[in-house]
Design a protein. Structure first.
Length: 139
């Protein structure tokens, strides 16, 4: 069985953003040479997320609005966590909602995604460098 590990690095200039990382993950699969297997894509920071959904601007805007209603950034004084001197309690909660990772089957050397499915990196406390782990196993 083959195993391949790669880190993808992102430095989102805004506090929140959604980035389609499907092409980067597909590139990792190509590098691995795996034809049949599994691909784990994992946000390695507790204020970021990896998830699967449709790449449609309206939906991405809806996610941003919905998450901000569920866990608004302001007022930062409304969170116990922020009493430590940080201002990112909302980002931790947004990550919890959107998830940490996805696992996708690899079939014939390609991501075996459903119609319209894409892999996204969700950033909820940006303006600094963060990484995503891509771990591929298979034959």
């Amino acid at each position: 069985m083959k195993s391949h590990r790669k880190e993808l690095w992102f430095n989102i200039p805004s506090r929140r953003a959604f980035l389609n990382i499907t092409p980067q993950v597909e590139s990792c699969i190509h590098e691995s040479g795996v034809q049949q297997g599994l691909c784990l894509v994992n946000a390695m920071h507790i204020t970021a997320s990896v998830y699967i959904n449709d790449d449609e601007d309206g939906l991405l805007q809806d996610y941003d609005s919905w998450l901000e209603k569920l866990a608004p950034h302001e007022p930062v004084s409304g969170y116990q966590h922020n009493r430590t001197g940080e201002d990112n309690a909302d980002a931790h909660m947004k990550r919890q909602i959107m998830g940490r990772e996805v696992v996708v089957a690899i079939t014939d050397g390609r991501l075996d995604l459903g119609p319209w499915e894409q892999i996204f990196y969700g950033e909820f406390d940006g303006k600094r460098k963060k990484r995503v782990l891509v771990k591929i196993i298979g034959e």
